[in-house]
Write a protein that binds this ligand. Structure first.
Ligand code: SAH
Length: 400
């Protein structure tokens, strides 16, 4: 058995049940040479005084050198643990998620599977889409896939392990069928009564921004009779929700022509009047400035940009970008209008995001009510021990 012994004082985060062991915290690794070379091998992690801390998956190439599977000395890491955790994750979704068949079934650390994402589209006839983003879950891929199929009753499993974080684990980027049928060009899901086409094989992430479900619903509830601007619209998630809610018009902007095509296709799938929607293939920063020059205003604006800060080093630059679009957003908003603004940068806390937005509101020389603080849906659970899981944060603001 591989044993990882930490430097004195470095046991604190594991004692708080935070699952990551950084290379810099390790004093020594003992075991057979073949174990030490094995990516994803199970190791016992102990304090400098020999106290058991966790069983963890060893990742020889990553800065996160081990990820805890369990803090319980009596819990073996085996097929039964995998089954138990999948069953538990499924029970939690049954309790907390409704009105959709696009569900995040496994959200990494928060579900006891560090580095694993599983999104389930279109029910038992649909597809489970997996991203194995760490050495540990990669090593247990086959039993994980088998347990996913037996617990959900869905026989189709597709792998989208093409996120660059895999390279930090020394793992190659791979995609392809793991079980059952290959997904077609379009998988149809229905979220809050809206039909969306999802491209599992080529779309962003696993094909759809499942995390924004509750926020799309909020927009739906507020859209009636309003002129809506949806920035960074991707395949039109918020645009379709606004139309379902009775929006008077929706202008959607994205720099991906393919995503916009799917957005238009989604309009047709729902039978919405195409005259109500304009899809613009353009840069949001430039377009917001142009709209301001033209004196255009909107009743409801959504700003859901990509991750501007991909690491803590980029926070300052990202903050400027967030401030810029939020300033423009506030200027384009009519009195009484609503701004839904988001950041999915893990490196920017909810607190910092609110400060950035406050700076933008101030520069626009207006006031803003915080109607609500926003986050990802319940199928992206937040846990007390892993604050990194809270990557998506947002604010619903009203211009008085
Ligand atoms: N709101 C969407 C998800 C947005 S993802 C949903 O609910 O489904 C971010 C999107 O921003 C991507 O589609 C990407 O193509 C787009 N994007 C990134 N930079 C951009 C820019 N400068 N101008 C316009 N679109 C941009």
């Amino acid at each position: 058995m591989l044993t990882i012994t930490l430097k004195p004082g470095k046991e604190k985060s594991l004692l708080r049940r935070h699952p990551w062991v950084f290379a810099s915290a390790i004093d020594r690794i003992e075991g057979k040479p073949e174990e030490k070379a094995k990516s994803g091998a199970t190791a016992v992690v102990q304090s400098s005084s020999g106290q058991f801390l966790a069983r963890a998956a060893y990742s020889p190439k990553s800065q996160i050198r081990a990820r805890a599977w369990s803090f319980d000395q009596n819990e073996p890491i085996d097929h039964a643990l995998i089954k138990r955790r999948i069953r538990n994750a499924l029970a939690y979704r049954n309790l907390s998620v409704r009105d959709t068949d696009a569900i995040r079934l496994i959200f990494g650390e928060a579900d006891g599977f560090p580095g694993l994402v599983v999104d389930w589209y279109a029910g038992k006839q649909g597809t489970l889409v997996c991203q194995f983003q760490s050495a540990g879950v990669e090593a247990w891929k086959t039993p994980i896939v088998q347990a996913l199929m037996s617990e959900t009753g869905c026989p189709n499993v597709y792998e989208r392990s093409d996120a660059s974080v895999r390279e930090r684990e020394g793992l190659p980027l791979v995609t392809g069928v793991l079980a059952g049928d290959e997904p077609g060009a379009e998988t149809h899901v229905v979220e809050n009564g809206v039909r969306y086409a999802v491209d599992i094989k080529h779309g962003h992430k696993t094909g759809f921004y499942i995390d924004q479900r509750d926020n799309r619903r909020l927009v739906m509830e507020q859209a009636a009779g309003r002129h809506v601007l949806n920035c960074f619209c991707y395949t039109g998630g918020f645009s379709l929700a606004a139309l379902k809610g009775g929006a008077a018009s929706v202008l959607s902007i994205d720099s991906s022509a393919d995503a916009l095509e799917t957005g238009k296709r989604n309009m047709a799938l729902n039978g919405f009047d195409s005259n109500l929607a304009e899809w613009r293939d353009a840069d949001v920063f430039k377009t917001l400035r142009a709209l301001r020059e033209q004196g255009r205003t909107f009743d409801l604006i959504v700003l859901d940009p990509p991750k501007f800060a991909s690491s803590p080093d980029h926070v300052e630059r990202a903050a400027r970008a967030y401030k810029d679009i939020n300033l423009l957003g506030m200027q384009l908003l009519r009195e009484g209008g609503l701004l839904f603004t988001y950041s999915c940068s893990g490196a920017i806390s909810a607190d910092l995001f609110q400060k950035i937005v406050a700076g933008a509101v101030n520069d626009a020389r207006v006031d803003a009510r915080i109607v609500r603080r926003l986050s990802a849906g319940a199928d992206h659970p937040m846990t007390t021990s892993f604050p990194e899981g809270e990557y998506l944060k947002g604010l619903m603001l009203q211009k008085p």
